[in-house]
Ligand binder design. Structure first.
Ligand code: UDX
Length: 434
């Protein structure tokens, strides 16, 4: 089929490349000519394993092309996927639909009469119906559930497909688009518009709630002298609960979960069906960042002013260079504001971090960040940080104090190498007084 993908950010570029991989002729559309030029020459402006290879292969074969012209897109596509961003609004917690509305209007103005406009962006429930009522071209909603770092895999081999459709014609078109994925046995759920939109926001709300649940247990463990790591392991053995998304730590960040749960709570309020617990999910998440700052102050004798702090990690999670709402950088910036001399190291996210937080110090390696540090904060769980040798690290720092904000470092190894080791949700050793 001939498909267009409007918006070539993280979601759109991945979707476009994966649709080409499924055998379609794909035209990616974006208003940013620099992005289009980069993609057309096979360059991907963000870190996503497997995506550069896929884009290079399909642009070379001509099956995947990019343009800034909606006119060209309208003439080309049978199905148009809208993959533009829905950031948080500046004046409220709600989602900013400017880009979605603009993309639908622009493609609807040029699309063929029998084309299908398919929204993939995460939107407040009710958006698909409003757009369908606004435009003459038929609308469908097909939410995505991809995780950064696994975006290609999650698109080609998703856990499920969700089609929000208002006609059998729309369902048939989407079945044709995803024919190889469906043939591989992927479950398909077809639904009305509001249900399809809600699947996405509800899934993100559930995941965020699961993380905040274990982080709330971490708060209780800290107060009661328990160990949240052991608690999570024991809970996870119950099949009904499961081990996934029960990693306690400095909490969730990124371009999706934080803004999506706020937008969902905002929309639910508008609908008169409030989801008050989501505000608490958000609050628990933010309190974990406060806790790291508090531990840092405690380990520096009450104030971080003048202390040299090494922050390991800048990306919101490993295998990503995305720093949007990164807990690691949030903590780093707050300590900097309190007068600490902060040096950050991250294997992939240095350029992005430098652009957004130019006043923080940056090191070229973890070892360089540790040199002369009074305190080390481990805030993004890159595998290489787990491999740091505590004895070698001790020889680099000024004072061997570390906070494990991700609960993955081996406490015994660090303490036996002479470190004062604290972790979120773990007992604070007697006499630490924090
Ligand atoms: C998420 C959803 O997983 C995905 O389905 C949706 O489409 C977009 O949002 P992503 O933001 O890529 O994907 O990251 P994810 O792997 O879900 O992690 C989100 C955040 O939660 C990260 O900051 C991660 O470090 C944190 N996290 C995750 C925890 O703190 N504990 C966990 O147990 C799991």
């Amino acid at each position: 089929m001939r498909l267009t993908v409007i918006g070539t950010g993280y979601l759109g570029a991945t979707h476009a490349a994966c649709m080409a991989e499924l055998g379609h002729e794909v035209l990616g559309v974006d208003v940013d000519p620099d992005k289009i030029a980069a993609l057309q020459s096979g360059r991907v402006p963000f870190h996503e394993p497997g995506l550069p290879e896929l884009i290079a292969r399909h642009t070379a074969s001509g099956r995947l092309r990019f343009t800034t012209s909606y006119e060209e897109a309208g003439a080309f596509g049978e199905v148009h996927f809208v993959c533009v961003g829905t950031p948080q609004r500046a004046d409220s917690d709600g989602a900013d639909l400017t880009y979605v509305d603009a993309a639908f209007a622009a493609i609807a103005a040029h699309a063929a009469e029998d084309a299908l406009l398919v929204g993939k962006s995460t939107v407040p429930v009710g958006t698909a119906r409003r757009l369908a009522d606004t435009h003459d071209t038929e609308v469908a909603w097909n939410p995505e559930f991809l995780r950064e770092g696994f975006a290609v895999e999650d698109t080609l081999r998703p856990d499920r497909l969700v089609f929000g459709v208002a006609s059998s014609r729309a369902e048939a078109a989407l079945r044709e688009v995803y024919a190889p994925v469906l043939a591989a046995g992927t479950p398909l759920v077809t639904a009305d518009f509001p249900t399809a939109e809600l699947v996405k926001t509800a899934a993100n709300a559930f995941l965020a709630t699961k993380i905040s649940f274990i982080n709330a247990m971490a708060e209780v463990c800290e107060a009661a002298g328990g160990d949240v790591g052991i608690l999570a392991e024991a809970l996870g053995h119950d099949d009904r609960i499961g081990r996934k998304f029960l990693r306690a730590g400095v909490g969730f960040g990124g371009g999706c979960l934080p803004k999506d749960i706020r937008a969902f709570a905002h929309r639910a309020d508008e609908l008169g069906a409030p989801l008050r617990f989501l505000r608490e999910v958000d609050a628990i998440n933010m309190r974990r960042r406060d806790r790291v700052v508090e531990l840092a102050r405690g380990l520096c004798g009450g104030a971080v002013l003048g202390a040299r702090v090494a922050v390991l990690g800048a990306a919101f999670k490993p295998d990503s260079d995305d720093i949007r709402d990164s807990p690691a950088l949030n903590v780093a910036a707050r300590l900097k504001l309190d007068g600490a001399d902060v040096t950050v190291y991250d294997p992939e996210a240095m350029d992005n971090a430098r652009k957004t937080f130019p006043l923080l110090g940056y090191a070229m390696s973890a070892e360089e960040a540790l040199l002369g540090a009074d305190l080390v904060l481990h805030l993004t769980e890159w595998p290489q940080f787990r491999e740091i040798d505590p004895a070698r690290a001790r020889s680099l720092v000024s004072r061997p104090h570390i906070v494990d904000g991700r609960g993955v470092l081996d406490a015994d190894r660090w303490t036996s190498a002479g470190w004062r080791f604290l972790a979120l949700g773990r007992p604070v050793p007697a006499g630490e007084g924090i």
